[in-house]
Design a protein around this ligand. Structure first.
Ligand code: ASP
Length: 614
């Protein structure tokens, strides 16, 4: 037997017991004729004491960091107890040891605060995974997956695997493709998600499906993206939107309870996409704090239908505001006494290329009831007060204003709101706030080519299987999708169609999203047509789905959670990579395997493929 106990297990009540432990050497401390060794395994650390006799043997067979060691000995009470570790009351008086394997000196320390940089740790990920900090993340990930499986199982969901070697499932990214040796010149696509399969399972009658599953998307990587990532993918039949929202907010609440011991008893708020954009500037608002946007002009996007918005800003001869498509403000609480240096710094912040604004206007709502702004030349104190009132600003607040084109300004102020929220401590790591965002637009208009499908056409905002809101189906059926005048695409009726789609947002992160699906063949064909697919292309790409819809498809809908991201948020980290055992770097490389890599000529020959790199 290699061990009787783990390195995290022994306590004061085990004193006098003979035990055998096995693990890795964490540290070695020699004091004259005795040596202390910390032995580590997945469960913890136990102190070993090598007395005089064994010390001589150690001199002949010296230990090193990360050696694999087995010891036999007796548990004994420590005189110098260590309150920081669970086994800190005891140590093992070693009688016998055996070096099971040696180790090179590791390239970085296997400690929480390691001296290894990112690249080094990824290259030696198998060593990095020995670190407690990384292990904790994987344990959390496992806890989230166990909780998910338990909840879904209790609710009658069935875990059904779907294939990886398939034909394209569009989710708005490029496919990874795999050449087929047996079918020369032909390629599989790796699934961007199991979307069409889970819908087919609904047609087959498996009315509650789930899978914790890998998805593959060949897109440009950002810090929180991986080319392969994991989803909790779910689908249900005979449901309306509300059934789905209830079921899956239940899942997240259960995960909170099981993983974080948080009782999330409050009702999960629901907000339309339009309200999210209007009040927060983006479709995944962090509602842990207020600081909602003040819209100072009428909306310039048809996607936002706030017709009774008063014009609060025009007519003061301040060209920047008068000529801007959009002027937006936030009232930052308690910051009216910001110095020139501080407001300058925020101005520089919004001018950074990632934010892309030309400047910032501020109004200080002083505690003595006066107002002071950077545009006093143009606006009377009366006018400033009116703006402050409309922004619900209080004495002591600092109003920050941005102006420019609709899309950029809305995005910029939403970033600024998050930044100020962070600076003021409103985005607390251990506070969790869920939000459903509903009623997304069904289509987006691609003025420029996005994915090789050409410019000047409608693209599905979620994916092509998402159904329109029931009372918008007629707009879709009764109108020709073609946009004659590209400049006027916003006037096309399709711009107004809202989808039966929903996203679940946690602390300003989209953690899941889905939709009620189209299940009638004709409507699905109309959708494909709207996206620019002729009948031939529809058959070629989705003939199987249209075929299935001829054999009794039930009404159905579902969603998928970004599993890695959910784990990262629950673990209080920005990076999903920390929660994946073997992640890729920012260029999509596995630096440990050194993949992707070239393949042998023999493999090219078998595939009948010739490389012709441009
Ligand atoms: N397949 C979708 C996605 O990956 C989720 C869904 O609609 O269920 O985003």
């Amino acid at each position: 037997m290699y061990r009787t106990h783990t390195c995290g297990e022994l306590r004061i009540e085990h004193v006098q017991q003979a035990v055998t432990l096995a693990g890795w050497v964490q540290t070695i401390r020699k004091f004259g004729s005795i040596t202390f060794v910390d032995l580590r395994d997945r469960y913890g650390i136990t102190q070993l004491l090598f007395g005089e006799e064994l010390n001589k043997q150690l001199d002949e067979n010296p230990l090193g960091r990360e050696f694999v060691l087995q010891v036999k000995g007796t548990v004994s009470e420590r005189s110098n107890k260590n309150k920081n570790i669970a086994t800190g009351d005891i140590e093992i008086l070693v009688n016998e040891f055996s070096i099971l394997n040696k180790s090179e000196v590791p390239p970085f320390t296997i400690t929480d605060e390691t001296d290894g940089g990112d690249d080094l740790r990824m290259k030696y990920r198998y060593l990095d995974l020995r670190r407690n900090a990384v292990k904790k993340n994987l344990e959390l990930r496992y806890a989230v997956s166990r909780s998910t499986r338990n909840y879904l199982h209790e609710n009658n969901f069935m875990d059904i695997e779907t294939p990886f070697l398939i034909k394209s499932t569009p989710e708005g990214a490029r496919d990874f493709v795999v050449p087929s040796r047996m079918n020369p010149g032909q390629f599989y696509a790796l699934p961007q998600s199991p979307q069409t399969f889970k819908q087919l399972l609904m047609v087959s009658g498996y009315d509650r499906y789930y899978q914790i599953v890998k998805c593959f998307r060949d897109e440009d990587l950002r810090a929180d993206r991986q080319p392969e990532f994991t989803q909790i993918d779910c689908e249900m039949s005979f449901v309306e939107q509300n059934d789905i929202l209830n079921m899956f907010e239940g899942l997240v609440k259960r995960i909170f309870k099981d993983v974080k011991n948080i009782d999330y008893t409050e009702k999960v708020e629901r907000m339309t996409w339009e309200d999210a954009m209007w009040h927060y500037g983006n479709d995944k608002p962090d509602i842990r704090f207020g600081m909602q946007l003040l819209n100072l002009k009428k909306p310039s996007s048809v996607y936002i239908n706030k017709k009774d918005q008063p014009e609060l800003i025009n007519g003061a001869d301040f060209k920047v505001f008068d000529e801007a498509e959009t002027v937006l403000a936030i009232a930052v609480p308690g910051c009216s006494e910001y110095s020139r240096k501080q407001t300058d710094e925020i101005t520089e912040w919004v001018k950074r290329p990632q934010i892309g604004m030309k400047g910032l206007v501020f109004i200080k709502c002083n505690t003595d009831g006066t107002y002071k702004s950077s545009v006093d030349k143009f606006y009377s104190e009366e006018k400033l007060k009116a703006i402050a009132n409309a922004a619900n600003a209080k004495a002591g607040d600092l109003i920050l204003m941005l102006a420019g084109t609709e899309e950029r300004t809305r995005k910029a102020i939403s970033e600024l709101r998050l930044e100020m929220g962070k600076r003021l401590g409103f985005r607390k790591e251990n506070e969790f706030k869920l939000l459903w965002v509903l009623d997304f637009p069904l289509f987006e208009f691609a003025l420029e080519d996005q994915d090789g499908g050409g410019a000047g056409r409608w693209v599905a905002r979620h994916h092509p299987f998402t159904s329109p809101k029931p009372d918008h189906i007629n707009i879709m059926i009764n109108n020709n999708p073609k946009v004659e005048d590209l400049d006027k695409y916003l006037e096309h009726p399709y711009a107004n169609i809202k989808a039966n789609a929903y996203d679940l947002v946690l602390n300003g992160n989209e953690i899941g999203g889905g939709s009620i699906r189209i299940y009638q063949k004709e409507l699905q064909q109309k959708m494909f047509e709207a996206l620019g697919m002729d009948e031939h292309e529809q058959q070629h790409k989705f003939g199987f789905l249209l075929g299935a819809f001829e054999y009794g498809a039930p009404p159905h809908g579902g969603l998928a959670f970004g599993f890695d991201r959910l784990c990262a948020i629950l673990g209080g980290s920005e990076s999903i990579r920390d929660f994946i055992a073997f992640p890729k770097n920012n260029s999509g490389r596995d630096v440990m395997l050194d993949a992707p890599a070239t393949i042998d000529q023999k493999q090219f020959n078998e595939l009948q493929i010739q490389l012709d790199l441009k």
